[in-house]
Design a protein around this ligand. Structure first.
Ligand code: C5P
Length: 321
């Protein structure tokens, strides 16, 4: 027997992404990098439970009432490890407190909805996506919280539309707006301008987490990109429309041919282990790393560096919008 619908609680999956293509067009005056990147959601996912409830009287006036529990799956034979929570300050640490992007997302939504003084939120996050891995786990978790609160808003007495989620997402991080949409999308700007595009055929891929994280700011810092050329903005509309049909119905051979990632070289400079691991032409890097992927379901050849490093490739699948 199914339980009755509950309009105060939602349990949603927050999928990981890979970058099918990532081109850095140049460095911007604000220090960010202008991108042309194609993102694709995949079936590896965190689980986010979001409950809306009245604000507790014990919370100091003016402070948002967001309670957060971080859960970890016991590592199974098939999953990459979730980030370690030791307080070492490295990129694999998933914050278990108000620094976590899920809490920041809930606070941003409550503030924009003008509900801080009457509504509280409970969040339970079960991590499966490794952190510092270029898979967008934290960004996806944050977007999923925004989507859940939007869907639960009538429980907080919001009639009609709630706050616009796009600017809230963009303020939380460059990849967060993509996860409001998911599937296959072309992302430009610092990543926050999202254009959904025709999806490739559903495809298999093999994913390997090399056991160390790579901090995204360090990779961009090692890039030494030239300043953004003036013609970029002029050329962009034509490039967006070209991408709009390039991927439609593509198979893995086509995806492999379209792959490019300008963050591979700086990631190698940040973690020298990646030089060997990325030496096989069919092994790709997702975003700023450290996750490696291959299209299809054939494991890397026995001669590849990944075999020597006894990397465990786990089979995954693309996930549609
Ligand atoms: O936006 P987000 O918090 O994901 O970015 C993390 C860091 O990555 C930024 O502080 C910046 O150093 C770098 N970054 C960048 N250009 C982008 C996206 C991120 O330089 N388009």
């Amino acid at each position: 027997m199914s339980s009755p619908p509950d309009d105060t609680r939602l349990v949603l999956e927050a999928p990981a992404k890979i970058n099918l293509y990532l081109e850095v067009a140049g460095r911007r005056p604000d220090g960010f990098h202008e991108l042309v990147t194609v993102l694709q959601t995949i079936d590896l996912a965190d689980r986010v439970e979001v409950s809306m409830r009245p604000r507790r009287a014990s919370v100091p006036p003016g402070a948002p009432d967001v309670a957060f529990t971080l859960e970890r799956d016991a590592p199974s034979g098939d999953d990459p490890p979730a980030g370690d929570a030791s307080p070492s300050g490295d990129a694999s640490v998933v914050p278990a407190d108000a620094d976590n992007l899920v809490v920041r997302a809930a606070v941003a939504w409550l503030t924009a909805a003008d509900l801080v003084d009457r509504t509280g939120v409970d969040l339970v996050l079960r991590k499966r996506i490794p952190a510092g891995a270029g898979l967008g786990g934290g960004s996806s978790d944050a977007a999923t919280v925004l989507l859940a609160l939007d869907r639960l808003r009538t429980a907080a007495g919001v009639d009609g539309p709630g706050p616009d989620l796009q600017p809230l997402a963009a303020a939380l991080g460059s990849d967060v707006p993509f996860f409001l949409v998911g599937g296959t999308a072309l992302c430009t700007g610092r990543g926050e301008h999202v254009v959904p595009i025709a999806e490739p055929e559903p495809f298999d891929l093999l994913l390997a987490f090399p056991g160390f994280p790579v901090p995204t700011p360090a990779v961009y810092g090692a890039l030494d990109a030239p300043a953004l050329p003036a013609q970029h903005a002029r050329d962009l509309p034509a490039r967006i429309s070209a991408w709009a049909d390039r991927l439609a119905g593509a198979d893995v051979a086509r995806l492999d041919a379209l792959y490019r990632n300008d963050l591979e070289d700086p990631a190698r400079r940040v973690r020298s282990e990646l030089v060997d691991l990325l030496s096989a032409p069919d092994i790709h890097l997702s975003g700023s790393g450290s996750t490696l992927f291959l299209y299809g379901s054939q494991p890397p050849s026995p001669r590849s560096a990944c075999r020597h490093a006894s990397m465990r490739f786990v089979r995954h699948r693309s996930r549609k919008r």
